[in-house]
Design a protein around this ligand. Structure first.
Ligand SMILES: CC(C)(COP(=O)(O)OP(=O)(O)OC[C@H]1O[C@@H](n2cnc3c(N)ncnc32)[C@H](O)[C@@H]1OP(=O)(O)O)[C@@H](O)C(=O)NCCC(=O)NCCS
Length: 226
């Protein structure tokens, strides 16, 4: 077993606009939530509420006072905390129900992504057009069920890498190459040249695939996944 440098804690929760989450949002977050499509609002509110509570514990601030800011199309930033705590957020829909995932670590930058691998998308076309040719070849060599799962495994890992690196999606999809071993390995990374560490979980009961990426080897602890 490889040495770990510490932990990352990750929570997966069914999303709802509960008062406990709404009450800790900043004015800017409330305005954003009010402007969202109603279908997207519960996941955002839940993720942001959870994130504020976890970061409050790590910083000693109250959840409302956690200095999270965000520019459109960017990851949220914890002002004045360039060296942690680190965090990442993902949302998804499962059978029409929204889910939120939030991860935090005090060790190093992290990224996560949550997907429903049964989602109705033309995954073969996306794999052929968007992923690294070596990954597409590995997917195409498998039978239908295994190929679909491998596509979602790679997709989740790459979106987790995007969030970790703060990179653009399309170059990460096409230019990084991941070996779908257990654990998965980042073989080529011309985007920032670093050997980020990947992990994957299949939350069978919820039928969710979870991709995790970190700058160092971490012990990932999952909560609320059963
Ligand atoms: C980051 C990205 C992969 C998110 O993927 P997604 O499956 O749509 O959404 P998820 O629910 O998994 O993740 C959303 C979270 O990612 C984070 N995020 C958003 N933009 C981000 C960025 N540019 N970099 C890192 N993290 C980002 C946020 O925390 C966001 O949730 P929040 O706004 O509620 O806090 C996607 O938005 C992306 O590719 N952004 C990069 C910018 C880009 O290339 N834009 C062109 C799109 S064609």
């Amino acid at each position: 077993m490889s040495q770990t440098f510490g932990t990352a804690c990750l929570w997966i929760a069914p999303a709802k606009e509960a008062p406990c989450h709404l009450s800790v949002l900043s004015p800017a977050e409330r305005i954003r939530a009010e402007g969202m499509h109603p279908a997207g609002r519960p996941a955002f509110v839940t993720a942001r509420g959870l994130l504020r509570r976890r970061l409050a514990r790590m910083t000693g601030l109250s959840p409302e006072a956690v200095p999270l800011t965000q520019q459109p199309g960017q990851a949220p930033v914890l002002e004045g905390h360039a060296y942690g705590p680190y965090f990442s957020v993902s949302h998804t829909q499962l059978d029409g129900r929204p889910f939120a995932a939030v991860a935090v670590s005090s060790v190093c930058p992290i990224g996560i992504d949550l997907e429903d691998p049964a989602r109705a998308v033309d995954w073969r076309r996306m794999a052929a057009r968007r992923l690294h040719p070596g990954e597409w070849a590995a997917i195409a060599a498998r039978d239908e069920g295994a190929a679909r799962q491998m596509f979602f495994d790679l997709w989740c890992l790459k979106e987790a890498l995007v969030k970790l690196m703060g990179a653009s999606l399309l170059p990460v999809l096409s230019r990084t190459r991941i070996a779908p071993d257990r654990p998965p390995r980042l073989l080529d990374n011309p985007i920032d040249g670093r050997r980020h560490v990947l992990a994957l979980a299949h939350v069978r009961r919820r039928r969710l695939t979870l991709g995790m990426a970190a700058a160092r080897t971490l012990d990932w602890r999952l909560y609320g996944a059963d």
